[in-house]
Write a protein that binds this ligand. Structure first.
Ligand SMILES: Cc1cc2nc3c(=O)[nH]c(=O)nc-3n(C[C@H](O)[C@H](O)[C@H](O)COP(=O)(O)OP(=O)(O)OC[C@H]3O[C@@H](n4cnc5c(N)ncnc54)[C@H](O)[C@@H]3O)c2cc1C
Length: 396
């Protein structure tokens, strides 16, 4: 996207990519369907990036979610949003997005050099003059570092951009894995591997973070927990894990049902359906395979019928349903991190141009910068918008 913007503005562009085919992450995104953006307007979109939102806004305004859709439309890849939020190509093929970008690059005369890894920046008198690989050097007036983060190495994540940035004197916010699964200390999630809870609320059980829960579906894995709700808090958990371990989480299995509603419901079972098994009654709301686990966590293993639930047991069951405790010992790491949180500090980059404040002619774009969003098209839009702004600015 940076190459297209710069080239349309009249610059001569060479793209170096260490993979034999660039754009592997875009091709794999959204399960191969490419959730490139969503329907939020730039201001609200930017807010979802948290403290980095203010920095991200000028780029998100330079190429807004609507403008991005317009651009892909122009390149022959119309998009749609079936749920009025997530935006995908109508063809449901991320491959089409990549092909459109590469075709546009070819039309504009952009030279793409695959299988070429850049290992250093050459800076003279505070100005970038060249990039270099193991056995070559390429002179350049302007360089845009768009190397992504450290996640998913098999899709191109190298972390090399952080090395290049530090060569230019930039500070890094320590990169940690984000949008990744979490490893639990408890064993029971592993025994539920494959079970999905459609609607959950999950939060970090530490005073500062309790009021910032994530919501959405959750899946139990062979390592612990994953799924959209977990992915969205994983970066924050990863950062906290640098200071302490384990990190306590709480999981509300049914955020649509309040504690008092649960208590009423369970008291109703106690009075009117006392002969029925608690697990079967719970299975009306949560997956049957998980109902037994919930009883275990609530310490009700020895009680099977609703009539045997005394007041203490009823309250304990409600507490469990609305806040299952989990202890997180680690994340699933960079190998499975869809995004890297942290990166080149935003204070040293101009948000209006994406230019480095430390070296002339140097620009940054995408995930290599300390900007990361939740799942839902935020990260690709950021990559496209910041790439567009960096490309246009560098060409000027
Ligand atoms: C499996 C998966 C699914 C995802 N799904 C979505 C989704 O649906 N929606 C969404 O918004 N986001 C999604 N993301 C996140 C999104 O793909 C990234 O945030 C986005 O691709 C970042 O773009 P980027 O251009 O900054 O970096 P990248 O897309 O990672 O591109 C960086 C490029 O730089 C190259 N490179 C790295 N180091 C060097 C070097 N030293 N020399 C030369 N080249 C180098 C890499 O090979 C790569 O091609 C997903 C990520 C993954 C892994």
């Amino acid at each position: 996207m940076a190459a297209i913007a710069a080239s349309r503005a009249g610059a001569r562009i060479v793209v170096f990519d260490h993979l034999d085919r660039p754009g592997a992450k875009l091709r794999a995104s959204g399960g191969g369907r490419g959730n490139i953006t969503n329907t939020l307007a730039p201001e609200e979109f930017a807010q979802r990036f948290g403290p980095s939102g203010r920095f991200a806004l000028p780029a998100l305004s330079a190429l807004s979610p609507e403008a991005l859709r317009g651009l892909f439309d122009e390149l022959g890849v119309p998009t749609q949003s079936l749920d009025d939020f997530h935006v995908y190509p109508v063809s449901n093929r991320a491959e089409d997005l990549l092909r459109a970008l590469v075709t546009e690059c070819a039309r504009l005369g952009v030279e793409i050099r695959p299988s070429t890894r850049i290992t250093s920046l050459e800076i003279e008198d505070g100005k970038v003059v060249a990039v270099a690989g193991e056995s070559f050097r390429h002179l350049a007036h302007q360089v845009i570092v768009a190397t992504g983060g450290s996640g998913y190495p098999r899709l191109g994540g190298t972390g090399d951009g952080y090395v290049l940035a530090t060569q230019a004197g930039h500070t890094l916010v320590p990169p940690v894995p984000a949008l990744t699964g979490l490893v639990t200390e408890e064993d029971w999630p592993r025994s539920c591997a494959g079970v999905t809870l459609r609607s959950t609320r999950i939060w970090i059980d530490i005073a500062k973070w309790r009021r910032q829960p994530a919501e959405g579906s959750l899946i139990f894995t062979h390592e612990g927990v994953s799924g959209p709700a977990v992915l969205d808090i994983s970066g924050r958990v990863a950062r906290l894990l640098r200071e302490r371990s384990p990190i306590p989480l709480r999981l509300n299995l049914t955020p649509g049902i309040s504690s008092s509603l649960w208590l009423d419901r369970i008291e109703g079972w106690y009075r009117r359906e006392g002969g029925k098994a608690i697990q079967s009654l719970l299975a009306r709301t949560i997956p049957r395979s998980f109902a037994a686990v919930v009883c275990g966590i609530a310490g009700l293993d020895h009680i099977s019928r609703a009539a045997n639930l005394d007041r203490v047991a009823r309250e304990k069951l409600v507490e469990t349903l609305t806040g299952v405790p989990l202890l997180i010992s680690s994340t699933e790491g960079f190998t499975k991190a869809m995004v890297t949180s942290g990166g080149v500090a935003t204070a040293e980059i101009s948000s209006k141009t994406m230019a480095s404040r430390l070296a002339r002619g140097l620009y940054f774009a995408g995930e290599v910068i300390d900007v990361d969003g939740p799942s839902g098209g935020f990260n690709l839009q950021w990559a496209f918008s910041s790439g567009w702004l960096a490309g246009s600015s560098a060409a000027k």
